[in-house]
Design a protein around this ligand. Sequence first.
Ligand code: SF4
Ligand code: MG
Length: 280
Amino acid sequence: MINELLTIKPRDYKSDIKPIWCTGCGHFSVLNAITKAAAACGLAKDDTVLVSGIGCSSRLPAYIDSYGFHGVHGRGLAVAQGLKVARPDLTVIAIGGDGDGFFIGGNHFMHACRRNVNITYIAMDNEVYGMTKGQASPTSPRDWTGSKLTPHGPGARPFKPAAMALASGAPWIARGYSGNSNQIARLLAEALAFPGFSFLHVLSQCITFCPQQTDWKAIVTDFEQEPLSRADEAAALLLSEDGFKTGLLYYEPRSIWPSEAAPTENAKLVLDDLASAYQR
Ligand code: SF4
Ligand code: MG
């Protein structure tokens, strides 16, 4: 088993299913980063689960050769947390897009941040509902006129995912960019090692409905200082920055819920109920 882990390559984590994303979609870069981080961390496929909601990015679990759950819109985090509580021995990664995670699943996002279950959440943000053909999402710029449904722009201020995560209690917050897959892989490896809820916000371009996002490569910058470890300092940064700083932004470990030791009594009860329901 140890020899197997030492020789496993990123490509070994790819499943036989070919992604159906558009050519040039940023999500390919995130997929590659996940396989790189998985190889670097020696993740055991049988002990790793990717959970997603609905949307282009939420197709990702099918493309990884591990366990996966392609769930309901905006509910990936609920499933991921429940799974981790019941099976603390597993590595659980939740995945989704900006519409899935910040609008339909926004409530779950806030409460996952404050609950601090030991999982990693990768939000692949392209500021648009891609799968349903390009409607404005919670992170679309207020003057974005690319959708026929909002020809004068959505009008509302865009949601700030990192600031929201901080305000809700997330102890680890980072941002990556699909133009730099190695950086995403490094951040993800750190996120997986972090004991608690780690939120990895990835700017992942939608080349089909937002071709202007190719300009992001000229805008993103590296957050070159040590991650902030005080919430008030992080709030000042995250409320004032342009949303294009990448790197580990905030790091403040705190007690996770529930404790790592074993499934909680509650989880055991739930599992017992499920087991007896299936026997009926
Ligand atoms: Fe990617 Fe956009 Fe195509 Fe969806 S519609 S696969 S997000 S490029
Ligand atoms: Mg989107």
